[in-house]
Design a protein around this ligand. Structure first.
Ligand code: SAM
Length: 341
């Protein structure tokens, strides 16, 4: 039986951020000129991550997603994949990447046992990519997306954060591109999470607006019923049969179904993307705490969980930037690129 929180939500999914470093500087995630980084000596080793993952497995987790920062910047990542891939409790092992380094890594990741890949892609226009990510790397990302099925990955997902005036005129182009790559695209509403210091309500392109625009172009869109799903994306089908998703974290949050715990690269357990505090697992782990003690700590933290961060943010009046830069500078754990999205 999975462990339940105060709202009866089971612990099922673990997102592991393997590094807080990134090779892009996306405008909605890392818009600042410089950052406070996690001290290197605090980063969990692959063995420490795999050992902690087992404790989450004991408590009901059967899905793990590796993220970051940019996870492919972590040296020898396939070794972590292979440590996790054969865990008896694991049903699904996925990776979220910006794709820049994927073309060279896809084969090794598949051989190591990775099940699924999600690649972030916000634009198909090279000049726009350079402006929005502040690095000229669109060709590498496209090569990464093309390399995934060639390496043998059965399904690739593409995640697109939509922001008004930046890429909201590319919804159809991105869907057509996803179709040509046989990938499933998910549009993500721009969230006011820590790190999004340029967030404003009017820049969010809502689920309703995305659907209206796509209906104008394609005709009637059919929701795909998926009762009981805890996946953040709602899925839809276009008249021609192409399936896509929308992650409406800002206008229609899904806190009630959230079964995700997050582990930062330095071993802090977070229960919500909007959490201001976490629980440090690294210190007790490195001080020699037994598996049983650590498991009971994680269990107690989950059982006390009462957050519904995105729903609370939706009720905030005069919603603006969630965490000011000066506060982010003091604690890297508040940043989206540290907690992994
Ligand atoms: N570097 C990897 C990547 O780009 O996919 C993994 C980490 S990144 C933080 C994970 C996801 O969070 C990406 O899809 C990114 O677009 C999304 N993200 C970051 N900031 C966001 C924001 N303010 N609103 C919505 N999504 C955001």
């Amino acid at each position: 039986m999975p462990v339940l929180d105060t709202f009866g939500r089971p612990l099922r999914t673990l997102r592991v951020s393997v590094t807080d470093r990134c090779n892009l500087r996306c405008h909605y995630c890392m818009p600042e000129a410089d950052y406070t980084w996690l001290p290197r000596e605090n980063l969990l080793s692959f063995e420490e991550i795999a050992g902690l993952a087992d404790l989450f497995g004991d408590l009901g987790v059967d899905r793990v997603r590796l993220t970051g920062g940019e996870p492919l910047l972590r040296r020898d990542l396939p070794r972590l994949v292979s440590l996790l891939a054969h865990k008896p409790w694991l049903r699904d092992l996925a990776l979220t990447t910006n794709g820049v380094l994927l073309a060279d890594a896809a084969g090794d990741l598949l051989s190591a046992g990775l099940h699924r890949l999600t690649v972030s892609l916000d634009t198909l226009r090279p000049d726009r990519f350079s402006r929005l990510a502040r690095i000229d790397a669109l060709p590498q990302v496209l090569a990464g997306i093309a390399a995934a099925p060639r390496a043998g990955f059965p399904s690739v997902k593409i995640d697109t954060v939509v922001s008004r005036g930046d890429n909201d005129d590319e919804l159809v182009d991105l869907l057509e591109f996803a179709r040509s790559e046989q990938a499933e695209l998910r549009f993500i509403e721009y969230m006011d999470v820590g790190g999004a210091t340029g967030w404003r309500p009017d820049v969010v392109v809502s689920r309703a607006e995305i659907l209206a625009r796509l209906t104008d172009h394609y005709g009637p869109i059919t929701p795909i019923a998926d009762p009981g799903s805890s996946a953040p994306a709602e899925r839809f089908s276009l008249p021609g049969g192409q399936v896509f998703g929308i992650i409406a974290s800002t206008t229609q949050p899904f806190c009630a179904a959230c079964d995700r715990a997050r582990l930062t690269a330095d071993g802090v357990l977070l229960l919500c993307l909007y959490a201001q505090h976490g629980t440090d697992l690294r210190r007790p782990l490195r001080a020699g705490a037994s598996d049983d003690t650590l498991r009971r700590l994680v269990e107690a933290v989950w059982q006390g969980r009462a957050d519904r961060g995105a729903e609370e943010r939706r009720q905030t009046r005069d919603r603006g930037v969630y965490i000011p830069v000066r506060t982010l500078r003091k604690d890297a754990h508040l940043e989206m690129h540290t907690r992994g999205g």
